[in-house]
Design a protein around this ligand. Structure first.
Ligand SMILES: [Fe+2]
Length: 245
């Protein structure tokens, strides 16, 4: 499995604060069957401003530590970038780090309580220059919970959708679980990711959510959300959902 949304690097945001804690999280992920993790620290959200060079340096450092302890897990660089008007320029300059530093797929965070009016246009204009927006933890955004059709519209504009493993298992509450299930039933989820933050809060575990998703949409389709689909993103391929999905 591949986890495309994680706060796994130490002391960059509200994720782990020490490399030891990062390593513990990596052990849990590997034990759950995760082979690749994209590190996506918060960027440009007004509180955390993880810089690209720092992210790249910490990814290299963590990979070296994992090699030392012979853990079969690879960390790739990325960021969870809060929506802003300068996004295209920031991606081009490398200030906003795209997934696997590829300048093609960006993990885009929207505010939890409202959708900025120009979101639709931003997603389309990024798409027109070859950048695909992946909307992070869509099921936790209140507007989408109340009216998931708004999210459907953004998908038509070219966005892809990531939901959180722990929402599917009910750990965030019933609104998040119901929204996640609705999105799965309507085939507008492209990725399940952990959004891991800590050992206690949100661990890097995908297998339980995968089981839930398989019950809703079938095993093969569910596996695509943690394997086939994320693989295309990290390889920078043009995104094509799994056949029959
Ligand atoms: Fe996140």
């Amino acid at each position: 499995m591949i986890d495309i949304h994680t706060h796994i690097l130490p002391s960059l945001d509200d994720g782990p604060q020490t490399i030891e804690e990062s390593i513990e999280l990596c052990k849990i992920a590997a034990n759950d069957g995760i082979k690749t993790i994209v590190a996506t620290p918060h960027s440009k959200d007004g509180v955390y401003e993880a810089k690209s060079d720092e992210i790249l340096r910490k990814v290299t450092e963590l990979n070296l530590k994992l090699k030392e302890i012979q853990l079969d897990l690879e960390i790739l660089p990325g960021a969870e970038v809060h929506i802003n008007e300068r996004l295209a320029e920031d991606i081009e300059s490398g200030e906003a780090l795209a997934i696997n530093n590829g300048k093609k797929f960006i993990l885009l965070e929207l505010p939890f309580i409202f959708i900025p009016p120009a979101t639709d246009k931003l997603i389309s204009s990024l798409k027109s220059i070859g950048i695909v927006s992946i909307l992070s933890h869509a099921e936790r955004i209140m507007k989408f919970q109340k009216k998931p059709e708004i999210l459907e519209q953004l998908v038509k504009s070219g966005a892809l959708v990531q939901i959180t493993a722990q929402s599917l298992t009910g750990d965030f509450g019933s609104s998040e679980r119901k929204c996640a299930e609705w999105l799965l039933k309507h085939n507008i989820v492209h990725f399940i990711a952990s959004d891991v933050h800590s050992l206690t809060g949100r661990p890097p575990i995908l297998s339980r959510a995968l089981e839930r998703a398989a019950k809703i949409m079938g095993e093969e389709e569910a596996i695509a959300l943690v394997s086939h689909n994320p693989r295309q993103i990290i390889n920078g391929h043009d995104f094509r959902p799994k056949e029959n999905y």
